[in-house]
Design a protein around this ligand. Structure first.
Ligand code: OOG
Ligand code: NI
Length: 461
């Protein structure tokens, strides 16, 4: 029998092989990431593995896909459900960037610590929002919905196998093999000719709308390795002549603890595609839909920590606007040094980040009673704190990644009121609850505190 985590690991590995064959620059990115990780490990030793073992980090990937309808999203949820991945977090990209990005998103990922440690594969999944009148007028919406209703992204056999793996949490070997083949094939770039006029009609609204609703299939649009030093990776990719977008999204490089997520990418490449013209003839053209991204992960922030992060982004925005001559990342670094704790201990003490707590095996043996406050337990060496790594995404960074891979601005009519989509709507549309990432981290932290309490024979912390 092949268990869910084995299916997930095999799917991630095969997807990576497929993507590497189809997008060679991705292979370069993976190679350079591995080199950087080896160098960091050599330089820092055990410290380099504080946010995940090197084997987890080396195998770690996230992918991204985009679908058009709630029905398609429900099918995607069944396929990822088979791999032990659940929808976590709601990201509204519609207003997060200057360009028009008519989608709302979630991420499918494993949720418990053991499953994450086995294989943390996740997929950022976006759903088109045809009901938002800022992007689509009634006529275009109707044409788009008709087009989407008439396509089939996943073969029934794949979905049947997915349901079985979802329910039984494993598959016999031959079925697992079949499931993996069908699942990987479903996310390859199709060679079917693209209707040029229809694609361009949607492209005028948004290149993302065209990528989703202008074709009869879906595809993985990037696969992201994790790197331990993203600034170094950026330099080495640039040295190899690969044109990166001009920024690293997320927190700046600084001397304090790494928090949340930093990401950067190389631009979508023009890839040859067959285009069908209105008279039925097929010509060769090129579309830019697949790119390469890389990320560095830090400590998960609590709601308070996240509110501080979001606030600091606005501080950086306004300072950068006042100092157009300054480099934004320098401005950001200065703001961070001033406002963010410079150590993990302080992040923990101010309850800005999540940790798991562990009774120290070598705690004092002088017969002293452990103190009752967490701060004292930590400072007196009774308890150790291990950071919880951030497993999710950031809407503004995601918008930056989307945006830097678009050609035109698209169009958004801001005179119209936007349609309301939220986590609850998405849960209903998908028939599965979109989980709250903060609640997941908190659960993990609380479970560790309960264990500590028991081990120290104390009243609850
Ligand atoms: C998703 C872009 C966002 C991330 O890691 O934040 C993203 C897309 O282009 O479909 O991948
Ligand atoms: Ni991504």
């Amino acid at each position: 029998m092949i268990s869910q985590w084995q299916l997930r690991a095999a799917f991630a590995a095969r997807l990576s092989d497929m993507y590497g064959r189809e997008v060679p620059a991705y292979t370069t990115l993976v190679d350079v990431s591995r080199e950087v990780n080896e160098d960091v490990l050599r330089a820092q030793g055990a410290d380099a593995q504080r946010l995940g073992s090197i084997s987890r980090v080396t195998a770690e990937r996230h992918g991204a896909i985009r679908v058009g309808t709630p029905r398609e999203l429900r099918q995607v949820a069944r396929i990822f459900g088979a791999l032990g991945m659940r929808p976590v977090g709601f990201y509204d990209l519609r207003e997060a960037a200057a360009s028009a990005i008519p989608v709302v998103s979630t991420a499918f990922r494993p949720v418990d610590g053991e499953e994450l440690a086995r294989n943390p594969f996740r997929v950022f999944t976006s759903l088109l929002t045809p009901a938002d009148p800022r992007f689509f007028d009634a006529d275009l919406r109707a044409r788009l919905e008709t087009f989407l209703a008439g396509r089939k992204l996943f073969p029934p056999e794949l979905l049947t196998l997915a349901d079985r793996a979802d329910a039984e949490r494993e598959l016999p070997e031959p079925e697992a093999e079949r499931f993996l083949q069908l699942a990987v094939a479903a996310f390859e770039l199709s060679t079917e000719p693209v209707d040029k006029a229809w694609y361009e009609t949607l492209e005028r609204v948004s290149a993302v709308a065209a990528d989703i609703g202008g074709v009869r299939s879906t595809h993985i649009n990037h696969l992201t390795p994790r790197v331990l030093d993203i600034d170094e990776l950026y330099r080495r990719m640039t040295d190899r002549g690969i044109e990166m977008i001009d920024t690293i999204q997320g927190p700046p490089a600084w001397k304090g603890p790494d928090v949340l997520l930093r990401q950067t990418s190389f631009r979508a490449l023009a890839e040859p595609r067959a285009l069908r013209l209105t008279d039925g003839t097929v010509t060769r053209g090129a579309l830019r839909v697949r790119f390469g991204e890389v990320e560095a992960r830090g400590i998960a922030l609590t709601r308070e920590g996240r509110a501080l992060y979001d606030h600091l982004l606005t501080v950086v925005d306004s300072e950068a606007a006042h100092r157009p001559e300054a480099d934004r990342s320098d401005v950001a670094r200065t703001v961070w040094e001033e406002h963010l704790p410079h150590s993990e201990q302080e992040l923990a003490a101010r309850k800005l980040a999540y940790f798991t707590y562990h009774a120290a095996p070598d705690r004092p043996r002088d017969g002293a009673q452990p103190p009752s406050a967490l701060g004292e337990l930590l400072s007196q060496g009774w308890v150790r704190a291990e950071p919880i790594v951030y497993e999710d995404f950031l809407p503004r960074s995601a918008a930056g990644i989307f945006q830097s891979n678009l050609n035109g601005e698209g169009s958004r009519n801001n005179d119209q009121e936007g349609a309301s989509y939220d986590a609850e709507w998405l849960s209903g549309a998908m028939g599965r609850e979109v989980l709250d990432p903060f609640a997941l981290y908190e659960e993990q932290q609380n479970a560790s505190l309960a264990r500590v309490t028991e081990q120290l024979g104390q009243k609850p912390l």
